[in-house]
Design a protein around this ligand. Sequence first.
Ligand code: KG4
Ligand code: ZN
Length: 343
Amino acid sequence: MNQPIVLGIETSCDETAVGIVRGRTLLANVIASSVEEHARFGGVVPEIASRAHLEAMQPTIMQALKIANISLRDVDAIAVTAGPGLVGALLVGVGAATGLALGLDKPMYALNHLAAHISVDFLTHAAPIEPTIALLVSGGHSSLLQVNEITDSIVKLGATMDDAAGEAFDKIARVMKLGFPGGPAIDALAHKGDETAIDFPRGLTTANDWRTRPFDFSFSGLKTAVARYIEATPDYAKANVAASFQEAIVDVLLLKSLAACKATGIDSLIIAGGVAANSRLRTLAQARCEKAGVRLRIPAPALCTDNGAMVAALGSLMVAAGRTPSPIAFDADSSLPVTTINI
Ligand code: KG4
Ligand code: ZN
């Protein structure tokens, strides 16, 4: 029998994204981003994002179908991001998914965006995702998770106490006038700098922190330290600041991820979310995981930032696991906890 075809819709932030998978094969992954409309505001403006989703939703679905070379009638199930995210943005995707599920009379899976970020690995690596530790680092979230069963059981080991890692990249990029989003700009600039030039602080890594908050993160101290350094050094070397700041974030993310592997006895790490596209994080993770005997999986950079393939991938896993589809009427949840994988 043919593997089921799942169409996934993602609209939690500024990307209108549609992915189509057949089983674990990616057939299409189309992204219409409104990022340029937000850039001059230095961050995503919810109302602009919602309007852009409304305009882009239908053409994006049609383009994905065309690339996958299928018609709507070939789709076996619909998957959609139900949260967390901007509520007005989420509602556009949820409305589209509900309409499709009703019109096609197919099951719909209302899914967690964060679990979807991890699930996308399923399209790249043949091995089962779990059990694994997952470092989830995006613009809105930074968490360390223990994934027992991706469609059923995710345990939160720790999270950021203040800024998300991506948010820290975006804010420092703003201070350095590098534009929005800041992560890719800092990543590129850091290649020309020396990561040992400035010893910026590593949040929550004192002996006491390791005892009381081993798997939590804090980036606000680092952010302040970088801002102070820039203020006090008018002709600062931009590339060195970018490289040293990036190193401080990446170092802590990996220290804590590997500590989680050790504490749980799980020798597998998946790094997911937009910040997983960071080239220094990818290189250093490879080296440190090799040394620690931990199997590392990081999706291709284009699958790390928000996309529809990840939602379709989790939908496909839901179908394969025989999970109950979502009710046709459900509420999008802007603060859906990572432990709630589907609604
Ligand atoms: O997962 P994502 O696309 O959207 C959210 O769910 O938040 O993550 C976006 C975040 C942004 O903060 C962006 O600056 C960051 O991921 N990012 C990066 C890189 N590419 C994207 N951060 C560091 N290095 C990168 N290469
Ligand atoms: Zn995301």
